[in-house]
Design a protein around this ligand. Structure first.
Ligand SMILES: *Cc1c(COP(=O)(O)O)cnc(C)c1O
Length: 361
């Protein structure tokens, strides 16, 4: 807020207003409205996956995914060290335990370190496609197959990376590649899992007989604890319009990545990060990072620091966090303004200020 160059900004220049206006003027504002199904279908089709189940957030999507796979108390889930805490919390919400694995040089989970963390309690792996870099899914799927584990992808930062695991979970928060303000969606090819996800999202209703032979069906019978994790038709209206523009938005973001690469690659003090599969946030490593950040803030340019390792979080504190690769990156990493409304001039200005900070023309 208040920065001339915010780190993120939604791009709402397609049919977003038209669809949301239609939702409101037709009175369809709840989750019953038609845009929810249309968005689910459009996003699933875009990804070449059979089913989409929209919900209230990326965190909710991950929670639904773990529950649908039957993960609960006593189970362990492999989660990356280098991610947002919203990857790990859903594991706690379902009563299971996250077990953390360090990252590679591209910040994604290191598959070579996963096997050492697998125990008889391990039920699933959660690869997180951090900043739009797809994890090494071939290696992860091999491990999952070998140990009979399920795979829940946290794709919150990677719209456009095609799902590979059992369920892929996307966020539609305002700072993500596409947005609904708040929202999320699970994608899966599995019919049974799709039904479970939708069932749990909507308070897990059943219409069974209470006892065999009972003639009356009971519509307010609930055999398991469900959630109200529904997405409203107003959010889905925006999400549908954004999905229609996903290719366009990814193309603009791809150009932003190249422009930053080109403008920063010869700057002493800046280390470029490996390329992304889709660009969420443009990340770099920076010498005197905190000074750079303060300098850019003075110039109206907002930046964000890298995630901290999960083992450094008070809730998951483990004394070895300091030796993690994730900790090393979190000490000098930051990301620059990255959004589809950023112009070439904006970028040239930002690049120019970074070059000035390091004393190169
Ligand atoms: C944003 C994000 C989430 C959470 O999504 P919300 O929609 O904010 O709940 C989860 N994981 C990662 C990696 C994220 O970036």
């Amino acid at each position: 807020m208040g920065f001339k160059y915010p780190v993120t900004k939604p791009s709402l220049t397609g049919r977003e207003l038209q669809y949301v206006t239609s939702a409101v003027s037709n009175g369809w504002i709840s989750a019953q409205g038609p845009y929810v199904k249309q968005f689910e279908q459009a996003f699933a089709d875009y990804n070449g996956v059979a089913h989409g189940v929209a919900c209230s957030s990326g965190t909710a999507a991950l929670t639904l995914a773990l529950r649908a796979l039957g993960i609960g108390p006593g189970d362990e889930v492999i989660v990356p060290e280098f991610t947002m805490v919203a990857s790990a919390w859903p594991v706690d919400y379902v009563g299971a335990t996250p077990v953390f694995v360090d990252c590679r040089d591209d910040l994604t989970i290191d598959p070579a370190l996963i096997e050492a963390k697998i125990t008889p309690r391990t039920k699933a792996i959660m690869p997180v496609h951090v900043y739009g870099r797809q994890c090494d899914m071939d290696a992860i799927m091999d491990i999952a197959f070998h140990y009979n584990l399920r795979v829940v992808e946290d794709s919150a930062e990677a719209h456009g990376v095609k799902p590979v695991g059992d369920i892929a979970c996307f966020s539609l928060f305002a700072n993500k590649i596409i947005t609904a303000g708040e929202g999320g969606i699970c994608l899966t090819d599995d019919d049974r899992l799709a039904r479970q996800l939708a069932h749990l999202r909507t308070m897990a209703p059943t219409s069974d007989r209470l006892v065999p032979g009972d003639e009356q069906r009971h519509s307010f019978l609930h055999k398991k604890v469900g959630y109200n994790f529904r997405m409203t038709n107003m959010q889905a209206a925006v999400a549908l319009a954004q999905t229609e523009r996903l290719d366009e938005i990814l193309k603009i973001r791809g150009e932003i990545e190249l422009r930053y690469d080109k403008g920063l690659k010869d700057v002493p003090g800046i280390i470029l990060m490996p390329p992304r599969d889709v660009l969420w946030m443009y990340d770099v490593r920076a010498q005197r990072r905190d000074d750079l950040r303060a300098y850019l803030a003075e110039e109206g340019i907002d930046t964000r620091l890298f995630f901290k390792p999960m083992s450094q979080q008070p809730g998951y504190l483990s004394p070895d966090w300091e030796s993690l690769k994730a900790a090393r990156f979190s000490r000098d990493g930051l990301y620059l303004p990255t959004h589809a409304e950023l112009t070439a001039d904006d970028q040239d200005h930002i690049i120019g200020r970074i070059r000035a900070f390091y004393g190169v023309g």
